[in-house]
Ligand binder design. Structure first.
Ligand code: CA
Length: 252
């Protein structure tokens, strides 16, 4: 017997269940009023390891999308009540930056333009091949959720990520490339504990941490701390003994 998902598919491709296509743990909000399509999407995405939440109305979609966190939203346009485009505009106006992929039968160029202008990240016309939907979801996830900020600021410490200039209280600070990466890693998690494991993989690109690398990390932290914190009224770089480091205004 054909599953509703098979009926939905346009091409003869089989859904692939290889390691590569798995989207384990990815939270997807499916906004779709047509029950068959919604079920097919739920079934297909479930089997890829996604956590799927389905909303059938515009109001429901808006409520979910603005109160819960998702990795991607699949949005139908023709919905009872508020239409998909309206929902998308309102979500974007409220600064919800979750990637949105419009899934619709509306296939004119004008429809696509309206969709993208309303804040969609991608647009796929029904009927579609499920494999293509998965590929597009993967591409959206790779692109990341939010645009990277251009500068970071904590207390009077300023980092310009474009020019890579660093200053504290308006005084310029010279950092090596490695120190800059280290500072960037700590600052982008301002106020959070950053473990040595995280630093090892993000700054040194090492997955296996060794005691040698631990020493290297400590040496770099010490140098960075001298440049950032020495003779300043507020210390920003804190050591959490045995665990890692934290950058922030307050003592951890
Ligand atoms: Ca619809």
């Amino acid at each position: 017997m054909l599953s509703s998902f098979d009926k939905l598919r346009m091409s003869g491709e089989q859904p692939r269940h290889t390691q590569q296509t798995k989207l384990s743990g990815v939270r997807v909000l499916v906004v779709e009023d047509e029950q068959k399509v919604a079920n097919a999407l739920r079934e297909g995405l479930d089997s890829e390891g996604c956590t799927v939440v389905v909303e059938n109305t515009g109001e429901g979609a808006f409520y979910r999308g603005s109160t819960e966190s998702f990795d991607v939203i699949l949005l139908d346009l023709g919905l009872p009540g508020r239409d998909g485009v309206q929902i998308l505009r309102t979500l974007r106006a409220r600064d919800v930056r979750t990637p949105v992929l419009i899934l619709t039968a509306r296939d004119t160029s004008d429809d696509r333009v309206v969709g993208f202008d309303s804040g969609a990240d991608d647009y796929l016309v029904k009927p579609f091949a499920f494999a293509e939907l998965l590929a597009r979801i993967r591409a959206l996830l790779r692109r990341g959720r939010a645009p990277q900020p251009l500068r970071l600021k904590v207390d009077d410490l300023d980092v310009d990520l474009v020019t890579r200039r660093v200053s504290r209280g308006g005084q310029s600070i010279e950092l090596t490339a490695r120190e800059f990466q280290l500072l960037h890693c700590l600052m982008s998690r301002d106020g959070e504990l950053v473990s040595r494991d995280t630093l090892a993989s993000e700054v040194w690109k090492e997955t296996a941490r060794s005691s040698t690398l631990n020493n290297v990390i400590d040496v770099h932290i010490a140098r960075l701390r001298r440049k950032i914190d020495l003779d300043r009224p507020t210390r920003l770089i804190h050591t959490i003994r045995g665990v890692g480091f934290m950058l922030g205004e307050g003592e951890p």
